[in-house]
Every structure is written in C-alpha cells, then in structure tokens.
Design a binder for this molecule. Structure first.
Ligand SMILES: NC(=O)c1ccc[n+]([C@@H]2O[C@H](COP(=O)([O-])OP(=O)(O)OC[C@H]3O[C@@H](n4cnc5c(N)ncnc54)[C@H](OP(=O)(O)O)[C@@H]3O)[C@@H](O)[C@H]2O)c1
Length: 250
C-alpha cells in the first residue's frame, strides 16, 4: 500500500531530501508544505522523477489557522515530518525581540500547529518525526531563541509520544548536527563574522569538532528520519535520535 506522508519545509534542504528518499525507497505519496510555491513545485517534480507522487500546499507553519484550513484537503496520513525551520542569532544584549518571537513561532509553535492540524488525518500505525537539532541538546552563545525552540521540540516529542502511543501513533525527534544546506551556509557566515574568522576558517573549526570530522548531507539525515517513519520502528518512542557524527553521546 502506498504510504501518504506530509513533510513541512519540503521546498529545500532536509525536508526536500526526506521527500526524495521516501519517493525512491517506497514510491510514497508526499504532501509537501512550504512558503515558496515555485520551490515546492520543483520538489514535487523531483519526487515524481524519483518514483513517488506528490502534491504541494503553500503554507506558513507559524499561522495555525492556515494549517487547520488545510486539514480536510490532504486526506489520510501515514506519516508526518515537521522539518520547517529558521535559524539565526538573537544576542540577548541586542534588539533581538522580534526575531526571537519569529524563531519560536516557526521552530516550536510551527511543529505544534502542524501536529494539531494534521493529527485528525492519522490513524493507528502513524509516525511523527519532529526535526530538532544538536542545539536542542546543548547551548550556543547568541542562539538563545533557536536553542530554546529546539530544546522545546524534544520535550514536545516526549510528551506527544506518551499522549499518542495508545492510538498506535509513534512520535520521535531527531537532532542533526551540521548539515550542508542553505541554513548551514547562513550559520557559517554569521558565526564567522561574529567571531572574526573567515568562513573557511570557521567551517574547518566546526568540522574538527565533529568526531567524524565532516558535515553531513541532507540525504543522510533523511535516512535516519526514514527509519523513524518506518512501520518497522516500534521500539523507538518519544526519543531524540542524534544524527551528528558523535558530537552528543546521550
Ligand atoms: N542545516 C543544519 O545544519 C541543521 C542542523 C540541525 C537541524 N536543522 C533543522 O532541520 C530543519 C531543516 O533545515 P534545513 O537545513 O533543511 O534548512 P533550509 O535549507 O533553510 O530549509 C528550511 C525549510 O523550512 C521551510 N520553512 C522555513 N520557515 C517556514 C515557515 N514559516 N513555514 C513553512 N515552511 C518554512 C523553508 O521553506 P520556504 O522558504 O519555502 O518556506 C525550507 O523548506 C530545520 O528545522 C532546522 O532547524 C538543520
């Protein structure tokens, strides 16, 4: 049976790679959400070429009513991946209030809105994966909003897992380390500027801090998410799977 899996943040990066991985490995039907219609259409075309089918929905995950308005139109769901997210610095002694609110609205309230809107479409056997970060495991100076959101997301996954397991729905989170996407490029640029290094210097420093000594490709993260989404995963419940090359060991 073709599984139907909804992915937010599917226009680029990790969300897009998840869609392609599911298309290639099981010819899934992917319901792709994001804000950029053109980029979503390109993801949908790539999904078709990879062997799956796709539909797109333009939506901002920070806007609860926009998502709940879509509830009826997506049909039954077997899986949900909340990958939409933004990042950036919110130093506590600068004028960071508006960006703090935006990051929390997108990265923490966004996944909550997504689960709230689409849970009614999911029955027993459903799988939910929330995309957190290593910054949901430890703090980084200047990243208060992002760290708060990503720590919160792991807590949300733990609570939802216990709330939904009696319905046969399995909820987990993942915590990727550095992944080569647009978000990582922006992060490298910002931290290099803030620490007085070139981008190449900061990247070399960041890679050296990873036990496997490199950044990851989005497809490698998709592989981990794909396992959590699989019906074969019945044991990993309310956990956060580290996908970081050995940075976090708990
Ligand atoms: N890259 C890393 O090193 C890394 C590490 C750990 C965790 N993560 C997490 O992994 C997830 C994906 O990140 P990425 O690296 O793939 O980033 P990315 O390449 O910047 O992609 C972010 C995706 O989120 C979507 N998005 C952003 N704000 C949205 C909103 N308000 N509503 C709907 N969609 C929105 C974007 O689509 P539109 O622009 O079309 O809306 C895009 O598809 C994020 O949650 C991020 O925090 C990334």
């Amino acid at each position: 049976m073709t599984r139907r899996i909804l992915i937010t943040g599917a226009s680029r990066g990790i969300g897009r790679s998840c869609a392609l991985w599911l298309a290639r490995t099981e010819a899934a039907h992917l319901i792709l959400l994001g804000r950029d219609a053109q980029a979503l259409a390109a993801s949908a075309e790539a999904v078709r070429q990879a062997g799956g089918t796709a539909e797109i929905h333009v939506a901002d995950v920070a806007h609860r009513s926009v998502l709940t308005a879509l509830t009826g139109s997506v049909g039954p769901l077997d899986g949900l991946v909340a990958a939409a997210g933004i990042s950036g610095m919110t130093p506590v002694d600068r004028d960071s209030d508006a960006f703090f609110d935006e990051i929390l609205a997108t990265d923490l309230t966004g996944p909550w809105n997504t689960v709230r809107a689409f849970l009614p479409a999911m029955g027993a056997g459903g799988r939910v994966v929330l995309v957190s970060s290593v910054l949901g495991r430890f703090g980084v100076p200047g990243y208060g909003a992002y760290c708060a959101a990503k720590h919160g997301l792991i807590g949300l996954a733990k609570a939802l897992a216990l709330e939904l397991i009696d319905r046969g729905i399995v909820v987990n989170a993942v915590a990727p380390g550095w992944v080569d996407t647009d978000m990582a490029q922006t992060g490298i640029r910002q931290i290099a500027a803030a620490t007085g290094q070139t981008e190449a210097q900061f990247r070399a420093q960041a890679e050296a801090a990873v036990p496997v000594k490199r950044f990851f490709q989005a497809e490698e993260i998709a592989h981990g998410i794909g396992w959590l989404l699989s019906p074969a995963n019945t044991m990993q419940v309310g956990q956060c799977l580290n996908l970081d090359g050995g940075v976090v060991q708990s």
